[in-house]
Design a protein around this ligand. Sequence first.
Ligand code: ZN
Length: 179
Amino acid sequence: MMPVSVVVPDEFKPLWETGDASPIVKYPAEVLRIPAKPVERVNKELRQLAEEMIRAMRQANGIGLAGPQVGRSVRVIITAAEGRPRAMFNPEILEASGEVVGQEGCLSLPGLYGDVPRAQRVKVRFLDDQNRVRVEEHEGLSARVIQHEVDHLDGILFIDKVIVETLHWEWPSGAGERV
Ligand code: ZN
């Protein structure tokens, strides 16, 4: 993959500050490029981490978030594409089919958007917050968010897969998918 170069325009720089008000780690933090470690068992600490991630995601008006985006190299993702946010631990895409191009953004690259080809449908296996193994099928936006977040766990960002000519800066309005 050929990494695109990201130069943040001045007007977007305030969005890129990380601190108490915005705990989400921004590109090019190294943690975003390291493959995250699998969860052995979902315990109280990991449930707390998921709660913190849900808070951070809501604060940033996101619909998905992955562990490395809060500085934790752990295989956990949050998805809110179907309404109530929930955590998936050790998510694994077992099957993927169809292809659809759609716009994506990323809370770790705020203000940057572009079109990314993704599978239309995925079958995903994960542990829920009670340690139960679940297998689910998702399609459309939900499938897109899961693919974007699982990529984060492997150190892959949407700018690695984006159709480069479609990359553009836009003030986040809630219109694009921010994950
Ligand atoms: Zn992202």
